[in-house]
Design a protein around this ligand. Structure first.
Ligand SMILES: Cc1ncc(COP(=O)(O)O)c(C=O)c1O
Length: 326
């Protein structure tokens, strides 16, 4: 399927020598998917590119998805739906809150999304609620396109299957250890499917920020196999999926190691990292790379990153640093 044309690709692959020295890796490349060129969508632009193309092909007129209050994906989905001329209905975990509760909610509403709350703080309840809302909309005559939290469907993950072709074209034979922040798993699943399909022995490691590593690895393998089936390519096996636990103090909560990594990236290379995805993944990179050449896949999170910086200027010193994410 041809992408909808949302993301501006290829994203740059840049050397980060000062950050490499600070982290103690032989060299460091950064794949700049914070620069995918659409709204503040970061890695989600690639997934939405595939999802919106599929939605259009199916004649959908409303995108239905969801996540937690702070989900980067839901604000990106709201922007993507607006761009594609679709209505957007978002299902968020938890009781109703005002738009000021989180910058991602404010952004989603600004992009014109309708938001419904499950009333249940358990984020897994969102999946069933997305299907229920889609069924309700269909019964009312709409043509909904439902996609799971994080855009982590087989179609969404194909956005990162094709990113492997893009990266291999830029790597020029180099063989770095790739580290990428992993939440719902669509990004890593696409990368794993791509590495297996291209036969390239590239080591890709997911830094899990929201779930235990074994749980993520199982989800990612399942999704990567679905991507392979969709494209009639070889299926990955369990050994192809590598995940480390990068949650630190917990899902959605900034960590001192992550904050240090983010400050180092900012000061050495001007890279802006968010506190709960990219910062934690970068903090995990030195142990994974163990001195070898590495590649950090920057997945964005810019809205959260800037919001965190602004919060530093406004919040009382006693305020908690906890943030919620998908
Ligand atoms: C900034 C950022 N990086 C990484 C991820 C993880 O992507 P995935 O959900 O595809 O694992 C997300 C997910 O929301 C994100 O917002």
């Amino acid at each position: 399927m041809t992408p909808a044309g949302l993301a501006l690709l290829p994203t740059p692959l840049v050397a980060a020598p000062r950050l490499a020295a600070a982290l103690g890796t032989a060299s460091l490349l950064v794949k700049r998917d914070d620069l995918t060129g659409f709204a503040v969508a970061g890695n989600k632009a690639r997934q939405l590119d595939a999802l919106l193309a599929d939605a259009r092909a199916r004649g959908a007129d409303v995108l239905v998805t969801g996540g937690t209050l702070g989900s980067n994906f839901v604000q990106a989905a709201a922007a993507g739906a607006a761009w594609a001329g679709l209505r957007c209905v978002l299902v968020l975990a938890g009781p109703p809150v005002p738009r000021s509760a989180h910058p991602n909610l404010a952004a989603a509403l600004t992009w014109g999304a309708e938001v419904r709350f499950t009333g249940d703080p358990d984020r897994t309840a969102v999946d069933g609620a997305i299907d229920a809302v889609a069924a309700e909309l269909a019964a009312a005559g709409a043509r909904p396109y439902a996609c799971p939290r994080g855009g982590a469907s087989a179609v969404g993950a194909t956005g990162y299957r094709t990113a492997v072709d893009e990266l291999l074209g830029q790597l020029d034979g180099a063989d770095p250890v790739v580290v990428v922040a992993t939440g719902a798993g669509g990004t890593l699943a696409g990368l794993v499917a791509g590495v297996v399909a291209t036969g390239r022995r590239l080591r890709v490691v997911g830094a899990s920020v929201s779930r235990p590593a074994d749980e993520v690895a199982a989800r990612v393998l399942d999704l990567a196999c679905q991507v392979a089936d969709l494209r009639a390519e070889p299926r990955p096996v369990a050994q192809d999926v590598e995940v480390v636990d990068a949650r630190g103090p917990g899902h959605g909560t900034a960590s001192p190691e992550g904050d240090l990594a983010a400050a180092t990236a900012l000061r050495t290379e001007g890279l802006v990292l968010d506190p709960v995805y990219t910062a934690k993944a970068l903090a995990a990179l030195p142990a994974v790379a163990a001195g070898r050449p590495a590649l950090f896949w920057h997945t964005g999170g810019l809205l959260d990153a800037v919001a965190a910086m602004l919060a530093e200027t406004t919040r009382p010193t006693t305020a908690p640093t906890s943030r919620t994410t998908p």
